[in-house]
Design a protein around this ligand. Structure first.
Ligand code: HEM
Length: 154
């Protein structure tokens, strides 16, 4: 699917807003993930040993930021090249890190829902259906590439 300039711009604008408060938005993102799928807690090294979701945890912020940022980068690629391309080494790493930690395809739906809800809350009145669709589409294509790589893992 080709992305329009408008779709990419909608994503960029919302990422600019989200980026202004990474600690809070990362926390919100993981809170929603665990609301939908409480069992996911056991997979994350920074969640499994504490009762509460840690505030301002570097690894938590890193995962949240990577998911948001890589989805944004996918949008740019969808507009320029009509497909999502992740470098081979990055994709290999992403495939193995997720298989190793027990991630399955279904988890990608949970993270997609959490991503969309986090953005919707963060951008407030700037939210639109079109913005949500753009994020959803870019995320789906990125997730498909990671899931395909996960299937290549031994
Ligand atoms: C680790 C990216 C989806 C669970 C990682 C890492 C990256 C990454 C780059 C390496 C650690 C880091 O740099 O933070 C992504 C991207 C995703 C995605 C881009 C989707 C587009 C998911 C999903 C799950 C998941 C759906 C399961 C709910 C994990 C876990 C780790 C990890 C458990 C190990 C973290 C730790 O314990 O330190 N991911 N991820 N990821 N990811 Fe993902």
């Amino acid at each position: 699917m080709a992305f329009t300039e408008k779709q990419e711009a909608l994503m960029k604008d919302s990422w600019e807003i989200l980026k202004q408060n990474i600690p809070e938005n990362s926390l919100r993102f993981f809170t929603i993930i665990l609301e939908i799928a409480p069992a996911a807690k056991a997979m994350f090294s920074f969640l499994r040993d504490s009762d509460e979701i840690p505030q301002n945890n570097a690894k938590l912020k890193s995962h949240a930021t990577k998911v948001f940022k890589m989805t944004c980068e996918s949008a740019l690629q969808l507009r320029e090249k009509r497909e999502v391309t992740v470098s081979d080494t990055t994709l290999k790493y992403l495939g193995s890190v997720h298989v190793k930690n027990g991630v399955i395809d279904l988890h990608f739906e949970v993270v997609k829902e959490a991503l969309l809800r986090t953005i919707k809350e963060a951008v407030g009145e700037n939210w639109s259906e079109e913005m949500g669709c753009a994020w959803g589409e870019a995320y789906d294509q990125l997730a498909a590439a990671i899931k395909a790589e996960m299937k290549q893992e031994p």
